[in-house]
Design a binder for this molecule. Sequence first.
Ligand SMILES: [Zn+2]
Length: 427
Amino acid sequence: MQPHSKEQGTHHRLYRFRFYPTKEQAEQLARTFGACRWVYNEGLALRSGAWERHRVHVGFAETCRALTGWKRVEESAWLAEVSSTVLQQSLRHLDQAYQRFFKRQGRYPARKKKGRSRDAAVYVRTGFTWVEDAERPGTGLIRLAKQSEPLDIRWSRALPAGTVPVRLTVTRDRAGRHFVSTLVEERMVPLPAVFVPGSREPKAVGLDLGLASLVTLDDGTKVDHPRLMRRYAEKLARLQRELHKKVRGSRNRDKVRQRIARLHALISDVRRDLLDKLTTRLVRENQVLVVEDLSVVNLVRAARGRGRQRKAKLNQLISDAGWGELLRMLRYKCEWYGRTLVIVDRFFPSTRRCSACHAKGPSRDVSVRGWVCAECGAVHDRDVNAAVNVRDEGMRLYWLVAAGLPPGRKAPTLIRASDLEACSAAA
Ligand SMILES: [Zn+2]
């Protein structure tokens, strides 16, 4: 699920479902993916060639006209087997890549390579039909252009009531699994604000992202990596060692690579599911959520990575992608539900400071799981202490911003320490 902010209160939201194509559908989709890649690359060649040779700017509209021409030429007449709106979307993607490049937000568009680039095809409203199931609202029949049968979709959940898919993205991952992402327009209603019982203080939670536990909350709750994920990760490590022993270019190597791709897909599914549930719960129960800047986590990780035992390595494998995803989910869920996400500074000493008396202690190796403050004698769990510090620092920043707001104005959905220069002299 990804956010696409539109007008106030409405959001575009993606719901992804797995589907099982018939042999015929799988073949037609394989041709579609190939055609999208081909059209993208031809469009790229046309645009860059026109500029290099003649200093002529070729835009989206011209590439669309060229597409009509390509279909008439015998060598590329096979393009007609693929829905033309899907091919146009491929050219639109190319155009978007160019726009990003012009705004210096991205690199110059690169050719798409089979097996390297993601297999994807985008169907706009005219490229598919949707018939809602009267018995199970939010699910239904989806039939893609140029296909006779509807897709066999596993509706792992229903689409929100009253919504209609406005765009579909059909993908095939490296493990050969097919997915359809349906983009729907939704009205998000902010949740009622949550306060600390008996006060007007917004309820806040501090998160410490770590290796021993995936997330530690300031109330002492620890969220561990699911056991299933650890098992997958161990298997993955074993397969990767196996891969190195296989001869390059051999069939066996290919087989191992396939299994690795499938495991990666499984791991990311389990992780996404876990993070989705965790972030929804945290956003429902709290008004302000505080995390450290991700770069701090990375720094810590680099230091921790040196010579650590295998278990830490496994956790790291799982955590790496997870932290970015966690932050991303918190960001858009806070926006949807009217919560505030505070990102504290990267130089904030969350693990060294005593959360009881604020004395700054020595830096401690990650193997030290607990310690006693030399100043006040408080006994700390390393991660819980860090989470409390993160929450306190986040609330300091929150009040700094909230105090400057006109009465009745709600706090922003994102407060970032690096944007508030005046208050970086913390602790
Ligand atoms: Zn202390």
